[in-house]
Ligand binder design. Structure first.
Ligand SMILES: Nc1nc2c(ncn2[C@@H]2O[C@H](COP(=O)(O)OP(=O)(O)OP(=O)(O)O)[C@@H](O)[C@H]2O)c(=O)[nH]1
Ligand SMILES: [Zn+2]
Length: 357
């Protein structure tokens, strides 16, 4: 396996220079199990545990915990054991905050060139989840895109895709089916030699099936859906899989909680449908603002900002409420885009009818 096909380039080779001595070699982490990493190197696959100095660094900064996709410095000892001595600076990282404190974030994928939010077209795609995951993709520093899976399972895939794309702005949207192979060719751009495409999405979104379809072999375990139609948590590991086109695809574990990323510990128990109700007090307060379309940012006589100033509500709560409102306006834009599309379709159908007459 050449390091270049795994994404090794001048940037990483420069960073490696100060570790370049006998006994050390670079490798890319393809899997992490409780501190033991599977590493792809020029000479094949190695298992490596964390060196003592790494443990010290991680204790101070959990983000330094090796993640799938990281380039690592591997030291091989005289008894053949291997340890991870260091992680080279990341070019991008998908970070999930396990609690409200940013310092407790955890990298779930490193050094991807592009990050795809993967959402199934069937059952109905969830725009709120897409938007949350899209924020995570944007924050990673890689190029975000949206992959809509299971296109074979719905009659109107292009319409649904256009509808979701309309609300996303400048992000490429691809519609695919792992079962029929439709749309997979269009993903080749993201998987050229040395390029890494990472996938994030809810459990059951079809990530493993997509990895299998792109890698051309059955490298990941997928399992049938539960009777209630919800995906089962079947990805037992995070994996970096080389694909025939020369790049690598990085699968992350299925993310089951809708608001996993931006909800604070106390809010985590609030179910998605109860979210609006959870902010009723804020809606009520907003009724006291001078302007009816007050955005509670810097407007004069804003009752909400006043309440924050008085300590009646916390700034964090206000921020969460704003997030919810952004989601709702996303939903509105989505519905408008769908109506526009439908009007277009109806119009062209009428035109067809007229010409046939
Ligand atoms: N109709 C159809 N079903 C699909 C397609 N891709 C995946 N599925 C089904 O969707 C279910 C979930 O697929 P997985 O690939 O396991 O989903 P995942 O995102 O990897 O889920 P986790 O492993 O839980 O993270 C399985 O029952 C698949 O057979 C597709 O293109 N078309
Ligand atoms: Zn206000």
């Amino acid at each position: 396996m050449s390091l270049a096909s795994l994404g090794w380039d001048a940037h990483f080779s420069d960073a490696y220079a100060r570790f370049n001595r006998r006994g050390n070699k670079p490798g890319r982490i393809s899997r992490v199990d409780r501190g033991v990493c599977t590493v792809l190197t020029e000479r094949g696959v190695t298992r490596a545990s964390l060196a003592g100095r790494m443990l010290g660094i991680i204790a101070k900064d959990p983000l330094a915990m090796p993640s799938v996709g990281d380039w690592a410095v591997i030291k091989t000892w005289s008894d053949e054991r291997s340890t991870i001595e260091a992680i080279l600076p990341r070019r991008s990282a998908i970070v999930r905050s396990s609690s409200g404190r940013a310092a407790e974030g955890q990298a779930i994928a490193a050094n991807a060139d592009s990050v795809a939010v993967v959402e199934a077209l069937d059952p109905d795609p969830d725009p709120g989840r897409i938007e949350r995951l899209m924020a995570l993709a944007h924050e990673s520093g890689a190029t975000p895109l949206l992959i809509l899976t299971k296109a074979d399972a719905v009659p109107d895939a292009p319409l649904l895709a256009a509808d979701l794309a309309g609300a996303l702005g400048d992000v490429e949207v691809h519609t695919v089916s792992a079962h029929t192979g439709d749309g997979l060719d269009a993903l080749a751009d993201y998987l050229g030699p040395g390029r890494t495409l990472a996938l994030i999405g809810a459990s059951g979104a079809g990530k493993s099936s997509l990895v299998n379809a792109l890698a051309g072999t059955s490298v990941m375990v997928t399992r049938a859906l539960r009777a209630d139609g919800r995906g089962r948590h079947t990805t037992s590991h995070r994996a970096l899989v080389p694909v025939p086109s020369g790049g690598t695809i990085l699968d992350t574990p299925g993310l089951r909680l809708v608001g996993l990323f931006d909800r604070r510990p106390g809010d985590a128990t609030v179910p998605a449908d109860g979210l609006a109700r959870a902010f009723e007090d804020l809606d009520e307060l907003a009724g006291g603002c001078r302007f009816r379309d007050c955005r509670h940012e810097s407007e004069p006589d804003c009752a909400v900002l006043a309440a924050v100033g008085d300590g009646v509500i916390t700034a964090r709560r206000l921020e969460n409420w704003r997030k919810l409102q952004r989601e709702q306006s996303f939903e509105r834009r989505r519905i408008e885009a769908r109506q526009r599309n439908q009007r277009r379709v109806t119009k062209s159908r009428d035109r067809d009818k007229a010409t046939r007459r």
